[in-house]
Write a protein that binds this ligand. Sequence first.
Ligand code: MG
Length: 276
Amino acid sequence: MRTLNLLFVSSFLIISCNETKEEAPVTMQKESNPGVVSAYTAEKYSGPSPTTPEDTEYYEPVPAKVTPVSAENNVPSDAEILFDGSNLDAWKSVDNGEAAKWIINPDGSMTVKDGAGDIETKERFGDIQLHIEWKNPETPRGEGQHRGNSGIFLQGKYELQVLDNYDNPTYVNGQAGSLYKQYPPLVNAANPSGEWQKYDIIYHAPQWDKDGNKTKAATITVLLNGVLVQDHTVLYGTTEYIGWPKDEKHGDGPLKLQDHHDNSGVSFRNIWVRKL
Ligand code: MG
């Protein structure tokens, strides 16, 4: 309303004073669409309104060509493969930094080796697109948090929960698709026990200035089996089992997979990442 009042007063003054006959500036939605990074700058969005289709078209920079996922190809051409079934060379043990000792299966997947501990990538990441597929045992083991529990830790600190939740109630901010102890999934899109599930994740890392002041919180968008379960969720901090989230400055971090130490039998396959 205040904006409308200002516009009304401004228009009245312009008409009254008859100072200019130029067309009023047309300001497009830069503020409401901050994701736009292109040849269109704030200057381009102002001035006289465009009068031809060509006025609002541009041709550079040209987006790079990427071969997408298809029936024949399960990794985009510009993705970095973290696990394709052949080896665990991209991973190491969190406990001692030595070679990851999880089990590689003939079907191109790997399974948590109970007691071997968490594994993490040797490489560290910031903003990423991540694809990862996982499966719980066909015959459920245990109940609640002890049925198929693992987890995917972005930057080694923020857990996207892996759990068998097809028919297994637990606290909702700890079920599959949750950001552990912070946000439940929007819906339960889990497949039955024994079926492969897939996460597609867009993660943006938190940022701090040189004085240690947080300038941007971590955000995460997640699709579980093609269904949106986290929609640009803003993380408070680390996903703690006990206690409040911790919000400490950090840089790039590894991708970590959890050994929950309860014979979960969780398997993973087809893990790839694209840096953003
Ligand atoms: Mg977990």
